[in-house]
Design a binder for this molecule. Structure first.
Ligand code: IPE
Ligand code: IPE
Ligand code: MG
Length: 226
């Protein structure tokens, strides 16, 4: 079977899920948080080592203030609620993105959870939050250029915010759109893609396992001839 170490998900469709039920978009995000928990459990059962999730993009800052603040509150309460579970299940929690745009309080909660779970050895769960692929390449390029030609200079990808995390083997996008939406532009160079019309709040353990099964049937050639 193809090696499956890192699964990444573009969790899309919360707003439409809510709209179909006459609920607010924020209620859709709250339901989506339950899918996130279900997928963490399914990933652990499947022996996945890294599960990363596109939670909030830099473009999403341009949404109405009410929705943005509901997402910030959900992020905050979910981190606090999930912390005991992370510790119990040996989950290492990480957040990657532009932290300068996040409130001090949320930053503190993130840092606290990251510190407390740093020794987690079973699954690394990474939330891409206030993140965009171009932002990451730009910030890496700046630091790379500053080091270039000095003994400190390392390969370019070690300056990306995802340094040390293997590139995704499988990218799942829910919600029916077939686009990358400024996500892991460098890291997805050889990732297998799986698109589904399921809206994110409807994507639970069975749907996650369907995606893994699709991946298992892929033939990854990396440009070579087998
Ligand atoms: C994904 O769901 C969650 C975020 C982008 C924060 P959306 O909120 O984009 O849901 P749709 O695409 O409008 O249905
Ligand atoms: C991508 O979803 C971002 C996240 C899932 C966090 P969007 O709903 O923001 O993407 P577009 O607007 O369809 O490209
Ligand atoms: Mg969307």
């Amino acid at each position: 079977m193809e090696q499956l170490s890192h699964v990444t998900i573009i969790m899309d469709g919360n707003g439409r899920w809510a709209q179909e039920r006459g609920l607010s978009r924020s209620e859709g995000h709250a339901e989506g948080a339950k899918s996130l928990r279900a997928c963490v459990q399914a990933a652990m059962k499947a022996g996945v080592k890294y599960l990363s999730l596109y939670t909030f993009s830099q473009e999403n800052w341009k949404r109405p203030e009410k929705e943005v603040s509901a997402i910030m509150s959900l992020m905050s309460s979910n981190i606090v609620d999930a912390l005991p579970d992370f510790l119990e299940n040996k989950i290492r929690f990480r957040v990657i993105g532009d932290r300068s745009r996040i409130s001090e309080e949320l930053n503190r909660q993130i840092e606290d959870a990251e510190k407390q779970t740093a020794a987690g050895s079973d699954l690394t769960m990474i939330l891409l939050f206030s993140y965009s692929g171009k932002w990451d390449i730009e910030q890496a390029a700046g630091r790379f250029a500053a080091d270039y030609g000095t003994p400190a200079a390392k390969p370019f990808e070690s300056y990306l915010a995802t340094a040390g995390i293997p590139d995704p083997d499988l990218l799942i996008r829910t919600g029916g759109e077939q686009r990358i939406s400024n996500y892991m532009l460098w890291q997805c160079a050889y990732t297998e893609f799986y698109f589904t019309d399921k809206l994110w709040p409807d994507f639970r353990e069975d749907e996650f396992n369907d995606a893994l099964n699709s991946f298992r049937g892929r033939d990854r050639r990396y440009g070579k001839v087998k």
